[in-house]
Design a protein around this ligand. Sequence first.
Ligand code: NCD
Length: 308
Amino acid sequence: MWDRRDFLDIDSLSLQDIGLILKCAEIFENYSGRGNKLEMCRGEILVTAFFEPSTRTEKSFEAAMYVLGGDVLRHHEAGSSREKGESKIDTLHVLEQYSDIIAIRDPEVGMMRSYADSLKIPVINAGDGFNQHPTQTMLDLYTIKKEIGKLTGLTVVFFGDLKYGRTVHSLIKALRLFGDNKFYGVSPKGLELTDVYTGKDYKEIEMDDVTKIKPDVIYSTRIQKERMHPEERDNYSYEINKKFMEKLPAKTRIMHPLPRIDEIHPEIDDDPRFIPFKQVRNGLHTRMALLALMLDHEKEILSLSKKR
Ligand code: NCD
C-alpha cells in the first residue's frame, strides 16, 4: 500500500514502494496503451515548477497527468514574477494554492526536504542539482526489468560524468536495494563517482575493459558542464560508437537519461541494444503510476488490471 506523502529521494523508499510503482506502471502501460481514456485524476491539478531546464521530465509529467484525466499548470521562470525578484519559496507557496500536487526541479542540492516541510501538498523531486533524480530511476528500473527481465544479478557499467550525474546517483542506490548487483564505472579523470556512492560492489575500470565484463547494462550520461567549476571544464572525449558496439554481447543494453551530446554516436541508433527512447516512453507510465498513487488512486489502478 502507498502510504507516503512526498517522493523526495531513493533513501526514503522501500523495495515494496518501488515494486508497487513498477507494478502500477505496467498496469497503465497495458491499459492506456490501447487508447483507453482515464478519468482517475479528473478535477486534480499538477503544478510543474522547474527552476532548471527540462524536456523529458517536464513533458512526461504533463502527458501523464493528461492521460490520467487531470490538468497541469506549468511554472516557467521566464515571464514569471521571479523576474521581479520573487523568492522561490514564495513562488511555490503561490503555486500550491492552485494545485493538488507539485513536481519541483531545483539546481540546489538538498532543498527538496525543506520544500516538502513547508508546502501543504505532496512534493515530487524532479531532480535536485547533482544530488538525485528519483523519478528517472523509476523509469530506468522499469526499463531494465522489461529489457533484461530482472533487477538482481546484474552487471551494470556507469559511463560518463559520474560525479555530477544525478541519474546515476539515484540508480545505483536503488539497484543496491535489490541486492546482488555488480557495478563498474568508466569516467574521465576528475569525474569519478564520489565516495558517497561507491562501495564494495563498485569498481573503476577503463573503456577497453567494458567489453570483457559483458555487461547487462551500460548506463551513459553527458558531461554536466553547468554543474562544474570553470576550471573543471575540459574537452572530455569519450564515445560509444559502432566499433565499440561490435565488441559487446547481444544482451547488453545501452541506456541514457538523455539529452545526449556527443557521448553516443548516432550511427548506433538503429542497433536494437540502444534503448534511450524506450526509456522515454516508459517515463510516461512510471510517472502516471507515481502521480496516481500519490493522489490516492491505488485501488482504482489495481482494479484496471482486472478490466483487461
Ligand atoms: C537528466 C537530468 O535532468 O538529470 N535528464 C533527464 O531528466 N532525463 C540527465 C541530464 O540532464 O544529463
